[in-house]
Design a protein around this ligand. Structure first.
Ligand code: ADP
Ligand code: LRH
Length: 490
């Protein structure tokens, strides 16, 4: 039997992992061979990614995959939006900023005043997030690095460039930048010109499933593999790969890709660029095989993980994720709900401005009972996430004219049983939770097809995922007034 064996690098904002992926005639298997912590570093007042460290861990992981069997391909996906700049010699320039850095404060407002919100949305179809690549570049105008830049490379493309020497921009990730014209499928050059962004640094677009290139000879030598091993452009936006890995059986599904962020939405054939979609501030990102990911970015489990970090730094020794969530399940439901996507929750927790106190502050401001204990805060976070999921699953379905049978939850957050049940209750739909590593599976499957596996379409890939993963179903239960909770927030 023909077996395709690949390395899937999946980089999340809080952890990176490298899997060996195996595709046989009817199954896909992944095996995690390397995992490392990730997080931004504050230096000179800015929040930066340790890109060389990420590259080192990526190489270590690929080396482990190569060391345990044949290697037919390598694919990389990561969080969206962030980029590095290289000069004409291919040297990395300046710093690689995290989208959580404050340099974009107030920039979106200025751009909207200049271009107009309606035109911006008609061109890019993208949700107004303060950190969109467009706004990062406007914030960087006039900087020495941008002036010297030859090429902008989104993170997976930067790592791909180091592996192969080939520069390009994979389309699913390019579509998240707000520099991509969703109508033409090209870079939004005119928008860049009007904003004084050097559009010539935007590299040629490439489709998911295309080959980036063979490994550079020295890279192949260091890894101990043949230089013919290709790097394959997968859906290099982690959310695009995660949506490929959703085990849906029909098109009547919503998904929540639940990790550091929660991405809540639908898979559609084409973008929804109506005035209603703009006012609801939904995003139209590109998916694999020309699909549209019509979704909302929700602040996600970041709020919980940063609260945990804050408590552990203050030595609440008893606070651990699983026991905290279990205790929160027993706490009074829907006591406090807040807008979990409030931009004040975006920046990392610090001693001077801890995450739990920010959540409590939002509650006080909204006239909600103020949560104080870690359990009360955790309950407020999961309830608020479920209320947001209800809101956006329903809004997405309305805006797209879809009827839904099920909500699929994938990613690390699909292991949060309490949140999965609340999501089913709030959305009044069954939740199918898992796979945890949907993004890695999507990465492996798109590589597999590029390398010749018989996977004609997304339905075939999803059938493989269904056969090969552990998934759990949660039926909605009645009893809580989710509509009332929703109206307290929105
Ligand atoms: P990312 O790719 O954005 O780094 P992940 O998909 O790895 O994120 O998801 C990380 C999140 O998953 C964590 O913030 C945590 O809340 C949640 N999570 C991970 N493992 C568990 C678990 N065993 N139980 C509940 N939640 C979990
Ligand atoms: C999730 C994600 C999300 C983006 C954000 C920056 O990891 O890619 O889809 O909006 O990170």
């Amino acid at each position: 039997e023909a077996v395709t064996r690949v390395a899937a690098v999946d980089l999340g904002a809080t952890s990176g992992r490298v899997m060996s992926g195996r595709i046989t005639r009817d199954r896909v298997e992944i095996n995690e061979l390397h995992r490392f912590r990730n997080g931004a570093v504050r230096a000179r007042g800015s929040l930066l990614w340790d890109v060389l460290g990420i590259y080192r861990e990526t190489l270590t992981g690929i080396g482990k995959v190569a060391g345990t069997g044949p290697l037919h391909g390598i694919g990389i996906d990561s969080w969206a939006i962030d980029y590095g700049l290289v000069d004409r010699d291919g040297e990395l320039l300046g710093s690689t900023y995290s989208h959580r850095d404050a340099r974009t404060d107030g920039v979106a407002e200025k751009v909207v005043a200049e271009i107009g919100a309606a035109e911006l949305y008609a061109t890019t179809g993208i949700q107004q997030l303060p950190f969109n690549t467009l706004y990062q570049l406007v914030a960087a105008r006039g900087s020495a690095a941008l002036e010297a830049a030859d090429t902008l490379l989104l993170l997976p493309d930067l790592l791909g460039f180091w592996l192969t020497g080939a520069a390009g921009a994979e389309r699913t990730n390019a579509s998240t930048t707000q520099l991509y014209d969703v109508r033409t499928g090209e870079w939004a050059v005119d928008l860049c010109r009007r904003l004084g962004i050097p559009w010539s640094i935007l590299p040629p677009l490439r489709d998911p499933g295309s080959v980036v290139g063979p490994l550079l000879p020295d890279v192949a030598r260091d890894l101990g593999v043949g230089a013919e091993v290709p790097v394959v452009a997968v859906g290099s936006h982690d959310t695009a790969s995660a949506v490929v890995g959703v085990p849906a059986e029909t098109d009547r599904f919503a998904y929540i890709s639940s990790g550091t962020w929660s991405l809540v939405g639908l898979e559609l054939d084409r973008p929804v660029l109506t005035e209603e979609a703009r006012l609801a501030d939904f995003t139209n990102e590109l998916g694999v095989d020309g699909t549209t990911r019509f979704l909302k970015n929700v602040m996600g489990l970041w709020v919980l993980s940063e609260s945990l970090r804050s408590w552990s730094e203050r030595r609440y020794q008893d606070v651990e994720l699983r026991s905290l969530v279990a205790a929160a399940a027993e706490f009074e439901p829907l006591r406090t709900v807040v807008d979990i996507s409030d931009p004040r929750l975006l920046a990392p927790s610090t001693a001077a401005d801890p995450m739990p106190e920010r959540v409590a502050g939002l509650a006080a401001e909204a006239g909600e009972p103020v949560p104080v204990s870690p359990v009360a805060i955790a309950r407020c976070i999961v309830d608020s996430l479920a209320v947001a999921y209800r809101r956006y699953v329903r809004t997405a379905a309305e805006l797209a004219g879809r009827t839904l049978d099920v909500v699929h939850v994938v990613g690390g957050g699909s292991q949060n049983e309490v949140l999965c049940q609340l999501t089913a209750d709030a959305c009044e739909l069954p939740v199918v939770a898992g796979p945890v590593e949907a993004a890695a599976l999507g990465n492996v499957l798109v590589q597999g097809r590029a390398l010749g596996a018989d996977l004609p379409d997304l339905a075939a890939m999803r059938a493989m995922v269904r056969r090969s993963s552990t998934i759990r179903r949660y039926e909605p239960t009645a009893g809580l007034d989710w509509a009332a909770a929703e109206s307290r927030v929105f």
